[in-house]
Design a protein around this ligand. Sequence first.
Ligand SMILES: NC(=O)c1ccc[n+]([C@@H]2O[C@H](COP(=O)([O-])OP(=O)(O)OC[C@H]3O[C@@H](n4cnc5c(N)ncnc54)[C@H](OP(=O)(O)O)[C@@H]3O)[C@@H](O)[C@H]2O)c1
Length: 349
Amino acid sequence: MVRVGIIGASGYGGGELIRLLKAHPGVELVGFSSRKHEGKPLSAAWPQLWDEGLFATLEEVLGRAEVVFLALPNGLAMELAPRALEEGSRVIDLSGDFRLPPEVYESWYGIPHKSPGLYREAVYGLPELHREELGGARLVANPGCYVTATTLALAPLAAEGVLQGAFVVGLSGVSGAGRGGEGTFFAEVNENLRPYRVGGTHRHIPEMERNLGRLVAQGPRVKTHGPVGEVRLSFVPHLVPMTRGILVTVEAEVDGDWNQGTLDELYGDFYVGEPFVRVLREALPETKGTYASNRVDVKPLYEARTGRVMVFAALDNLVKGMAGQAVQNLNLMLGLPEETALPKEGLWP
Ligand SMILES: NC(=O)c1ccc[n+]([C@@H]2O[C@H](COP(=O)([O-])OP(=O)(O)OC[C@H]3O[C@@H](n4cnc5c(N)ncnc54)[C@H](OP(=O)(O)O)[C@@H]3O)[C@@H](O)[C@H]2O)c1
């Protein structure tokens, strides 16, 4: 049994980690941190849980765990990860702190990077592309929901070397903003649809472009710190009045002649054997189809009338877009079967 701690256990990511890890046969949960709920039972933050354990300070959690999940706002993992690593723990960070080169991070996040040297050690935790690197990792940068959906929607085209760019429309449920998310009051979200961070300003754009650029430069099995090619994306996110779920609708700019048959073959071959990526032939991805599961549904579509190549992808932002992906990374880091404690099927309705 590996001793695992969760820092930021009162947030949405932390809560989803508790749900998944409680059912993990190789893990002993040894600590949960929250400033607000320190000393109180877990049910103080999570009414759905039976009382098991108390919230502690982050120092206590760091002292007990062999692997720590950092489920904190951006800017905190860069201070905590070095401490955890010095104490001999391994770290899975759910924030953006180690996903981008420090100078790129600073310009998109507006936060000075306090551990720039550690970026070179971090492995980018998208298992479908970085599986081989994750085995020995001490520090994993776990990608988020929009980035996972968009990268997996376009990866086969990028690895084939035909992707030039894309126009991505993203739709997200409200839990994507976190438990203290701004602008998520019921009265303002309910019966409302709105775009946000438009005009090429969303901070996930450089991460998507780098992921796809690596595939363009390196082919299907990429290294986090290997060469990165050029891919340009327009990304237009929208907030949708639902709790969980991400849907991306993508128009890909591609070289060559395509039809539905060649697209189906490319996507089918690329994702063959992947435990959590399902390529749809007839149906279209929908958020509820992936609700509470660690699955991504992907559908490439050739629009014969215009000659456009489109791709749709759906996932649960709190599971494959966050905590489930982090558990998938934990399994790979520990050499356990990758699917351990991760649901492939979700809840319906
Ligand atoms: N929500 C999503 O769909 C999603 C998807 C992918 C990635 N992410 C990323 O994952 C991370 C966590 O997101 P989330 O949605 O779980 O956020 P959240 O619901 O807002 O939770 C944040 C957690 O951090 C703790 N915290 C806040 N400030 C702190 C501080 N200064 N020191 C110590 N603890 C602090 C909070 O607990 P206390 O206030 O009780 O201490 C809480 O437990 C973020 O970086 C986010 O960008 C989120």
